[in-house]
Design a protein around this ligand. Structure first.
Ligand SMILES: C[S@@+](CC[C@H](N)C(=O)[O-])C[C@H]1O[C@@H](n2cnc3c(N)ncnc32)[C@H](O)[C@@H]1O
Length: 248
């Protein structure tokens, strides 16, 4: 793994195994997490006092940590339950050596607990990491989820977390007002969400490239993505399937 400085001053890693960065260096690790995931999700659920979050996948933990940072910064007293699968045990064990932004300094105890015990809890915050395959983990989740941070490596190398069947599995776990956030704008990914009945909106931010927000109910917001129209214009468009796992 190679440490890489991103444009907002925060660090990410480059994975030689997947041949990809954990975050896009030209968006920034913190910016990507904040603007593509955390802000849209917390804004959508502004009024809920308790949130269950599925963080796919933990990696360096930016999405979990930025969520907790933002709740602290806004003096929110929401209760959060964060569930996060991650294949790479070694990465979790070495989290304390990673150079996070100083805004995450208050998370030192939490990070220590995650690497030693795989979970952290206090009165307001519960975080649990599952070491293993996310698809397997999803079969055993009992809780209904309000927020999914869909942040696997891209579909070229991490196909099992972007297929029609995967999104069908995710859908069974969601509360009806849930939001799924992702950096991906790829047509097959959006098709996978569309055929499972998700409504999608372009997530635009001045700090990052566009992402996608997906919901089970139609929303009263801008930038609706009309997938029916897209499909009419491109009848070849289709989702990724579990049965077709080869890289493209
Ligand atoms: C893009 S990184 C996640 C970045 C993370 N959200 C962060 O903020 O640092 C993708 C992560 O998914 C993990 N991963 C890939 N395939 C997985 C799977 N099938 N199950 C669980 N974790 C997986 C990788 O080990 C890697 O840590």
């Amino acid at each position: 793994m190679q440490k890489v400085l991103t444009v907002d001053g925060s660090y990410t890693l480059f994975s030689k195994q997947y041949n990809q960065h954990y975050h896009n260096p030209s968006d920034g690790a913190v910016h990507e997490s904040l603007y593509k995931h955390v802000l849209p999700a917390l804004t959508h659920h502004e009024k809920k006092n308790e949130l269950s979050i599925l963080d796919i996948c933990f990696g360096l933990g930016y999405n979990t940590f930025t969520t907790l940072y933002w709740l602290l910064k806004t003096a929110s007293n929401k209760k959060v339950f964060i569930y996060s699968p991650e294949l790479d045990q070694n990465l979790i064990h070495n989290l304390q050596d990673f150079e996070y932004p100083k805004e995450f300094d208050f998370l030192k105890e939490l990070i220590k607990s995650l690497r030693l015990k795989g979970f952290y809890e206090d009165e307001r915050v519960h975080v649990k990491i599952f070491i293993g395959d996310a698809r397997e983990y999803l079969q055993n989740i009992q809780t209904k989820i309000d927020i999914v941070y869909q942040d696997a490596f891209s579909s070229e190398v991490n196909r099992e977390l972007w297929t029609k069947e995967y999104f069908a599995q995710i859908k069974t776990l969601l509360n009806e007002d849930a939001i799924l956030t992702t950096y991906s704008t790829a047509t097959p990914v959006r098709m996978g969400l569309h055929v499972n009945g998700f409504y999608m909106y372009e997530n635009k931010s001045e700090f990052t490239r566009n992402g996608t927000l997906a919901f089970l109910k139609k929303q009263n917001r801008d930038f609706f993505i009309d997938m029916e129209l897209k499909q009419q214009r491109n009848p070849e468009a289709k989702p990724f399937f579990d049965s077709c796992q080869e890289n493209i």
